[in-house]
Design a binder for this molecule. Sequence first.
Ligand code: MN
Length: 338
Amino acid sequence: MKAVRINKPFEIEVIDMDKPEIDEQNNVLIKMTAAGICGSDVHIYHGTNAAATYPRVIGHEMVGQVVEVGDNVTKVKPGDRVIVDQVVNCGTCYACKINRGNVCADLKVRGVHIDGGYREYIVVPEKDVYFVPDSLTDVEAVMIEPATIAVQSCSRAELVAEDTLLIFGAGALGSSILKIARLHTSNIIVADIVDDKLEAMKNLGAKYTINTLKEDLTEKVREYTGGYGVTVSIDAACTSDSLGRLLEATGNAGRVITMGFSIDNTPVTQFKITSKELDIRGSRLQNKKFQGVIDLVNEGRLNLKDSVSHTYHFTDAQKAFDFIDSKDPSMRKIVLTF
Ligand code: MN
């Protein structure tokens, strides 16, 4: 079978590899039909993802069709359309024991630490697959995974209706977070540097937007929150200075959620954390959030359609990554097909 491998930064190769087989009886063999390209995949391509190892078959947004199942499989059958959870955890470390396997001490993420979804077939345990809603095409269903990342960040923030939320960054991550956050609270401010993106966020339900090139972030946040600052801020910009800025914009006893993977040092003032008694919490990947997102789609509470702007056949992955590097403004989600 064919697969797309990143041999080293900026080197994409379409390779031949052995088709995987069902080696354990709780496994299912899936024929890939659609795989999304995430910002983190682009970081692996660019060599700026500190977690990734090379060479790697990347891709962690994986939708496909079950073609074969092991003898002990009971949940799925050949023909079922499924999406695959990317998290593989040890089950025995402290994090796993407290049901936080997404930060397992021996974490293996499909498409990052172990081979992922840019290949024609993958074998995974039955527990890692979830049924794709009938209302979504396979290409649209790729958006379930980014939604799980958003659910994770809102869950880490313990977001409730009384909160005022600042989403910093109006890109793909920020808009996924907004779609989930508005199910919890209507008091949402989004900040970015691109007016068009901010306008799109208004249409998705943001109450206020701030263009930080033209307006002072903290000042405007205070204005929109009666002087207090937001009670929750989520960093979906993940720039080297974003944490420091969110410590400013977040009010006393607030929560600040980080999602960035930068290894750059960033200046942070202890006084701001201590004096306001801020909680700073990381949000990584997702912790068993697929079924919850699928339920939201099936209940009609979450619209994942209209997010994919371009598709490429997976053997044209180079073209897809070149297009992403072009920063074409028409670009939204890019999906590889098979
Ligand atoms: Mn992703």
